[in-house]
Design a protein around this ligand. Structure first.
Ligand SMILES: [Fe+2]
Length: 240
């Protein structure tokens, strides 16, 4: 039963988004350290890529990725590595892994990693977050889908840079653009904050919900699309 006084006008509370709150960072946060962490994250993603082999399961690939990061001194991950094979590329990190599926020749796969890098001099930890999609062999349809996520990312980045697009505008643009190219955008997968670890203490806001232009070097933009028959999908993610 509703419990409000009918003599009072109904009050609608609109919670304004305050960039100062949503985009807060630690007192010692350095943009260049953030960029360095992301650069190292990209480099190790390529190292993981080079070790992906036919016959592996998604779980084996994840363990291998954790070992590679560990060899480079990364023991902490703000999100564990997500690696998806074949039709699993149409699935998101919300979905369970395919326990038995083994990577086949000509399969697409994506790698999404979230390592935490320590700046030893200042003792501050920085979050990396990078994702990309590859093909084991050749697969023109899946390859086009992977190429499309990268193009969509670049186009979205351009409207952010040149038109001061808000998070909402970026994702409505991505949804329309994906559709025009014959794909469906995973709307539950969008960007979020990154920063000195953990970004969750500053904000859990979704990039797609932002009514202002996101600031540089503290947000990741995620683009995941899939084929309407869900035969495959592709994912790309990087720092804005
Ligand atoms: Fe990620």
């Amino acid at each position: 039963m509703e419990n409000h006084n009918s003599n009072q006008p109904h009050e609608i509370i609109v919670k304004a988004q305050d960039p100062k709150v949503i985009e807060a960072v630690g007192a010692q946060f350095l943009r260049e350290s953030m960029l360095k962490a992301q650069h190292q994250t990209r480099t190790l993603t390529l190292e993981v890529l080079s070790q992906i082999q036919e016959g592996m399961t998604e779980d084996e690939a994840r363990k291998m990725a954790l070992e590679i990061f560990s060899d480079y001194g990364v023991k902490k991950h703000w999100h564990r590595p997500y690696i998806r094979f074949g039709a699993g590329t149409a699935l998101t990190f919300h979905d369970p892994i395919q326990p038995d599926y083994q990577l086949q020749e000509n399969d697409p796969f994506y790698i999404d990693v979230g390592p935490v890098w320590k700046d030893e001099a200042l003792g501050i930890e920085y979050e990396g977050d990078y994702g990309d999609t590859f093909i084991l062999g050749e697969n023109s349809e899946a390859s086009l889908c992977a190429k499309t996520t990268r193009e969509l990312f670049q186009k979205a980045r351009q409207i952010w840079l040149t038109e001061n697009a808000t998070g909402e505008q970026i994702y409505s643009f991505l949804k329309k653009e994906a559709q025009q190219r014959g794909y469906i955008l995973h709307e539950k997968v969008d960007g979020h904050r990154v920063s000195d670890f953990p970004h969750q203490k500053y904000s859990k806001e979704r990039l797609a919900a932002l009514t202002f232009k996101p600031a540089d070097a503290i947000w990741v933009l995620e683009v995941q699309i899939f084929d309407p028959q869900k035969r495959f999908g592709a994912f790309f993610e990087d720092l804005l």
